[in-house]
Ligand binder design. Structure first.
Ligand SMILES: Nc1ncnc2c1ncn2[C@@H]1O[C@H](COP(=O)(O)OP(=O)(O)O)[C@@H](O)[C@H]1O
Ligand SMILES: [Mg+2]
Length: 463
C-alpha cells in the first residue's frame, strides 16, 4: 500500500520509529461500559480544539501497513501488524549498529572468551531486548485502553496476567513510552506514572499511601487512612488543582493477595469513584488470580479489562532467540540447532539435568521411604544455607509442620528418632551426642542441592 507523505509524517510524529495502531488490522479495544464510571469532559492543557480519536493526528487513524519486524520473521501469525507496531527502537538493526564502524563482521569463534561472554549475555534472561517481538497485540490492547481513558478523561482498570517470563513487565514499559509519545503527539497532558512492584511493599496496604503520595503531593490532614483519603479525594467534584491523571502500574500483584482480598478489591474500586484520576494496570503471574477475584469485582461493578499473556509458542521462541542473537553479528548456532532449542520443554530439561547431575547420593535419596525424605527436606528448610546444624527437637517440629502442611500423618517421636538414625547410618546426616534426645545436634552430611534436586516434593513446600 502506498503511503502518502502526510501519513508518513503522522506516523513519525506519533512514535519515533513505528506506528502504534493500524486501523486495518488492529483489534480496537472496547472498554467495558461497566468497568469505569461514565466519561467526563476531556481535559487538555494546551490548545483549545479537542483532538478527536478520528483526527488525522490520532494514531488510530493510521492506515498504513506496518513495517515487518525482524526482517519478516513473525511467529505470531495473528499479530503481524501488532508485532511491528511496538518493536524496533532504532533505524538501524542492532547488528548494524554494533558493527557500523567495523570493516567486516567477525566470525563466530567458540574459543574466544569474549564472544562466549557476549553470547551468554545476549541470551541472559535479565537482558532486555532492543525489540520486543511477539507481544505487539497485547501491547496494542493495553495502549488502546490507556488512550481511551485519557481521551475520555476517565479512570479505568486493566488486569494483565500470564506466566513468569512472558514479557508482561517489558511490555508495560514499552506501552508507557508509546503512551508518552502519543500524548505529546495529540497534545494531551501526559499522565503521571507510578510504578509499584508489590514485592517491595512491607505491608499490602502501603500501596494506598504510595498512590496518595503520587496523586496528592500536599499533606491531607485527618485521622483517616490513606485509602479513606483517596476515596474522599475521588468522591469530591472540586478537586485540588495539583491532582493529575495517574497511570498506576502495579507489578507482581500476586503479593497483594490476602485471605479476604480486601486490598485488591479496594485498589480496583478506587477507579470507580466518580472523580477518580487513576488508570490502574495490575500485573500478576498467577493466571488463576483472575478467576479468584474477578467475580467479586464484577459484582461490585468494577471488572477490569483483562489481557492475558499466553506462553510463547515454539515458533515465537525461535523468533525471539534469533532476534536476541542478532546483536552479536555472528552466527552462534546453526539454524537447525536453534530450532531444536526452541522445542525444548521442561520435561526435556528435567531429563537432561537428571542425566547430568545424577549421582549415587541422588539415587539413595530418591530410594528412601517418604517419611525419611520429609526429614531431609525439613533439615534443608531449617538450615536454609545459613546454619550448619540444628537440634533433634527443632527438626522434629519442622518435620511435623511439613507433614501437617501436606496432610501427611507424622510419625511419633520414637519413630522419628529411629528414622534419623537410619539416615545417619546411610551417611546422609550426622547425629551428635546429648543426654536428652531432643538436644542432640543434627548436621546434614550431604549437599543441600542434592536433596532439593532429588526430591520434587521439596517444591511443594517451597524449598
Ligand atoms: N518477546 C520477548 N522478546 C525478547 N525477550 C523476551 C520477550 N519476552 C520475554 N523476554 C525475556 O524474558 C525476560 C523476562 O520478561 P518480563 O517482561 O520480565 O516477564 P514477566 O513480567 O512476564 O515475568 C526479559 O528480560 C527478556 O529477557
Ligand atoms: Mg514481571
Amino acid at each position: 500500500m502506498a503511503k502518502s507523505p502526510a501519513k508518513r509524517r503522522c506516523r513519525k510524529a506519533m512514535v519515533p520509529e513505528e506506528p502504534v495502531v493500524d486501523a486495518v488490522n488492529a483489534e480496537v479495544v472496547r472498554v467495558q461500559p461497566d468497568a469505569t464510571p461514565p466519561s467526563r469532559k476531556r481535559r487538555r492543557d494546551r490548545g483549545s480544539t479537542p483532538v478527536s480519536p478520528a483526527s488525522p493526528r490520532s494514531p488510530v487513524k493510521s492506515a498504513t501497513p506496518p513495517r515487518r519486524a525482524n526482517g519478516g520473521a513473525d511467529a505470531n501469525g495473528a499479530s503481524k501488524m501488532a508485532n511491528s507496531v511496538v518493536t524496533c527502537c532504532s533505524p538501524k538493526s542492532p547488528r548494524k549498529r554494533l558493527f557500523a564502524n567495523s570493516p567486516q563482521m567477525p566470525k563466530w569463534n567458540p574459543e574466544d572468551p569474549r564472544q562466549i561472554k557476549a553470547a551468554k549475555e545476549a541470551f541472559h534472561v535479565s537482558t532486555a531486548p532492543a525489540t520486543l517481538l511477539c507481544r505487539g497485540e497485547e501491547q496494542m490492547r493495553i495502549l488502546e485502553f490507556c488512550k481511551t481513558c485519557i481521551e475520555q478523561d476517565r479512570a479505568g482498570s486493566l488486569y494483565v496476567c500470564g506466566c513468569p517470563g512472558t514479557g508482561k513487565t517489558l511490555s508495560m514499559g514499552r506501552v508507557k513510552e508509546f503512551l508518552t509519545a502519543w500524548t505529546k503527539d495529540v497534545d494531551f497532558q501526559s499522565p503521571d506514572v507510578l510504578n509499584i512492584n508489590c514485592t517491595s511493599l512491607t505491608v499490602t496496604s502501603e500501596i494506598f499511601s504510595k498512590i496518595l503520595e503520587k496523586c496528592h503531593s500536599r499533606k491531607i490532614n485527618g485521622a483517616s487512612s490513606p485509602l479513606q483519603k483517596l476515596q474522599n479525594l475521588f468522591s469530591q467534584k472540586k478537586q485540588p488543582s495539583c491532582i493529575r491523571t495517574t497511570l498506576v502500574i502495579v507489578d507482581e500483584m500476586d503479593y497483594l493477595i490476602t485471605k479476604d482480598r480486601a486490598v485488591l478489591h479496594d485498589l480496583f474500586m478506587l477507579t470507580t469513584y466518580p472523580f477518580s484520576k487513576i488508570i490502574l494496570m495490575g500485573i500478576a503471574n498467577a493466571i488463576d488470580l483472575a478467576d479468584r477475584f474477578l467475580p467479586r469485582l464484577e459484582s461490585l461493578n468494577c471488572k477490569p479489562m483483562v489481557v492475558t499473556f499466553c506462553a510463547y509458542t515454539k515458533d515465537q521462541i525461535l523468533t525471539i532467540l534469533q532476534q536476541r542473537l542478532m546483536v552479536l553479528g555472528y552466527d552462534v548456532f546453526e539454524p537447525l540447532a536453534l530450532e531444536f532449542c526452541a522445542r525444548v520443554n521442561f520435561d526435556h530439561m528435567d531429563a537432561a539435568l537428571s542425566k547430568a547431575f545424577k549421582s549415587p547420593v541422588v539415587d539413595t535419596i530418591q530410594a528412601l521411604p517418604q517419611h525419611q525424605q520429609i526429614i531431609l527436606c525439613a533439615l534443608v528448610k531449617l538450615l536454609g544455607g545459613r546454619k550448619s546444624s540444628t537440634t533433634m527437637g527443632d527438626l522434629n517440629k519442622m518435620y511435623s509442620d511439613i507433614c501437617r502442611s501436606v496432610q501427611f500423618p507424622a510419625a511419633c517421636t520414637t519413630e522419628f528418632s529411629n528414622m534419623c538414625k537410619v539416615l545417619s547410618d546411610q551417611g546422609l546426616l550426622k547425629l551428635g551426642q546429648s543426654r536428652e534426645e531432643k538436644l542432640r545436634r543434627v548436621v546434614l552430611a550431604i549437599n543441600c542441592t542434592d536433596v532439593t534436586f532429588s526430591l520434587k516434593f521439596c517444591d511443594l513446600i517451597n524449598i
